[in-house]
Design a protein around this ligand. Structure first.
Ligand code: CNA
Length: 394
C-alpha cells in the first residue's frame, strides 16, 4: 500500500477535550474514593473537569452549599419519589403544542441494549461485569490508549463484537429518526460506537458520534489514515493491522480515554443555546466531557431523562424545575412516549420500510436483547440507502 502522510487535521491546533471517566463529583468528594467496582478512583484534575465546572456555572446552576448538602443527604436516605408517566406526558404535551422544534437528543449504550449490544455498567450483563473474556486488569483498560499501545488484543476482541454489521437498530433509534422526520431534531449526540444511528437512517449532518466510530481507522501513534475495511478484515481474522508509515498498531477511530473528541463534538456550542428540549436516553453520564453537556442547557429548557435509573443531575431530589424523568426499560418507555405523541404507527412503518429496503428481518423485540444479523455493508452504502428511503408523511 502507498505510504501516506500523517493526518494533518488531527495535528492542527484546535480546542482539545479528552475523554475521561467521571471520577469525582461534589457530593462524592468526601467518600472512600472507591468506585462501584471497588477500584480506586483517579483524582480528576484535568482540563475536562475545569471545563465541566465552567459549563455548569454558565448554565446558571449554583453549586450546592453545605446546608444544601446536609438537606440533600437527609432526603436521599429515602428513595426518591418518581412520578410515573407524568414527566413523559408533560413533555409529549409540549411537543404536541409545538413548543419543541429544536430537540437535542443525548444518548448512550442503553439505547442499544435492545439490539443485543451490552452496555458498560448494567450489573450482570454490562461489559464491565464480564471482563474475564477480555483479560484486562480494570474495566477502563479496554479503552485506554496506553494500554492499547502495549496490548491491543483486549480492544480488538471487543471490537469484533461491536463492529457494525451484526446488530440492527431498534425502536429507540427509529424514534430518534422520527424526530428528524417530523422536523424536530436539531442534533443527536451519541456516545455509542455501534453505528446504529447511521444504520437507521439518521443523516450525518444530524449526528455527532462523540466517541468516534468504526467507519474510519488510523494509526494510534502517528494518525496516518488506514482503510477501515482492511482494518476490520484484519481484526476479524485475529490479525493486528499495522501502520504503513510507522508500523505501529492501527485502530478504528473510536475515541479512547485520553484522546481528543472529534471536531464535530464542538457543534454543541452552537446547538445548545438554540435547543428547546433536551432528551437524555440510556446513559449513566459517567464519561467526561460528554456527561457535563447536559448541564450546559439553558435553565429554562426542559430536560427529559429516559433511563433505568436516575443519573447525573437527575439524582437530585427534588428535580430541577423543568426536569422530567421516566425510569424503566427504555424501549417500553419510548414506545409509550411515541404512543402519546401519536407516532407509533409511523415508527413501525418506518422500521418496516427501512428493513425491507436493507433486506433484513425487522427487529421487533421488546427489549429482550435479541440482536438480528444484518448484511455486511459499509457505512457509506448504508447512508445512501438510508437517505433514499421513503418515510411516512410528517
Ligand atoms: P453505561 O455507563 O453502560 O450506561 C448505560 C446506561 O443505560 C445505564 O444507566 C443503564 O442503566 C441504562 N440502560 C441500559 N439498558 C437499558 C434499558 N434497556 N432500559 C433503560 N436503561 C438502560 O454506558 P454510557 O453510554 O453511559 O457510557 C458511555 C460509554 C459506553 C461510551 O464511551 C461508549 O463508547 C460505550 N459503549 C458503547 C456501546 C455501544 O456503542 N452500543 C456499548 C457499550 C459501551
Amino acid at each position: 500500500m502507498k505510504k501516506s502522510k500523517p493526518d494533518e487535521d488531527k495535528r492542527s491546533p484546535r480546542p482539545t477535550l479528552v475523554r475521561t471517566t467521571r471520577s469525582s463529583r461534589s457530593a462524592e468528594s468526601q467518600d472512600s474514593g472507591l468506585d462501584q467496582y471497588g477500584k480506586q478512583r483517579k483524582k480528576q484534575s484535568d482540563s475536562a473537569l475545569a471545563q465541566d465546572l465552567r459549563q455548569m456555572s454558565v448554565s446558571g446552576q449554583r453549586g450546592p452549599t453545605s446546608s444544601d448538602e446536609k438537606q440533600l443527604g437527609e432526603r436521599q436516605k429515602a428513595p426518591p419519589v418518581v412520578k410515573s408517566g407524568c414527566g413523559l406526558a408533560s413533555v409529549a404535551r409540549l411537543i404536541k403544542l409545538g413548543r419543541c422544534k429544536n430537540v437535542v437528543v443525548v444518548t448512550g449504550a442503553g439505547i442499544s441494549t435492545a439490539s443485543g449490544i451490552p452496555d458498560f455498567r448494567t450489573p450482570g450483563t454490562g461489559l464491565y461485569a464480564n471482563l474475564e473474556a477480555y483479560n484486562v486488569p480494570y474495566p477502563e483498560a479496554i479503552f485506554n490508549v496506553d494500554y492499547f499501545s502495549n496490548d491491543p488484543q483486549p480492544f480488538f476482541s471487543l471490537a469484533k463484537a461491536l463492529y457494525p454489521g451484526s446488530h440492527r437498530p431498534n425502536y429507540i433509534h427509529y424514534f430518534i429518526r422520527m424526530l428528524h422526520h417530523k422536523g424536530l431534531l436539531l442534533r443527536v449526540y451519541t456516545q455509542n460506537i455501534d453505528g446504529l444511528e447511521k444504520l437507521c437512517g439518521i443523516p450525518d449532518d444530524k449526528l455527532v458520534e462523540a466517541h468516534g466510530s468504526f467507519a474510519t481507522a488510523s494509526c494510534h501513534l502517528c494518525y496516518t489514515p488506514y482503510p477501515a475495511e482492511e482494518a476490520k478484515r484484519a481484526i476479524m481474522n485475529g490479525d493486528i493491522p499495522t501502520c504503513t508509515f510507522c508500523a505501529a498498531t492501527v485502530k478504528p477511530d473510536v475515541v479512547f480515554f485520553g484522546e481528543d473528541l472529534p471536531q464535530k463534538y464542538f457543534l454543541h456550542a452552537k446547538d445548545f443555546p438554540k435547543a428547546d428540549l433536551l432528551v437524555i436516553m440510556g446513559t449513566s453520564l459517567q464519561i467526561e466531557p460528554f456527561a457535563s453537556l447536559v448541564n450546559t442547557m439553558r435553565s429554562t429548557v426542559p430536560r427529559l431523562l429516559l433511563n433505568r435509573h436516575a443519573v447525573g443531575p437527575f439524582q437530585r431530589v427534588p428535580l430541577r424545575r423543568g426536569d422530567h424523568m421516566e425510569l424503566g426499560d427504555l424501549e417500553n418507555t419510548v414506545r409509550r412516549f411515541a404512543e402519546m405523541l401519536g407516532w407509533n404507527d409511523d415508527i413501525v412503518e418506518l422500521m418496516r420500510s427501512q428493513e425491507q429496503e436493507q433486506h433484513v428481518p425487522m427487529l421487533v423485540g421488546n427489549g429482550s436483547g435479541s440482536g438480528c444479523s444484518g448484511g455486511e455493508e459499509s457505512d457509506s452504502e448504508t447512508d445512501s440507502k438510508c437517505s433514499a428511503s421513503s418515510c411516512p408523511s410528517n
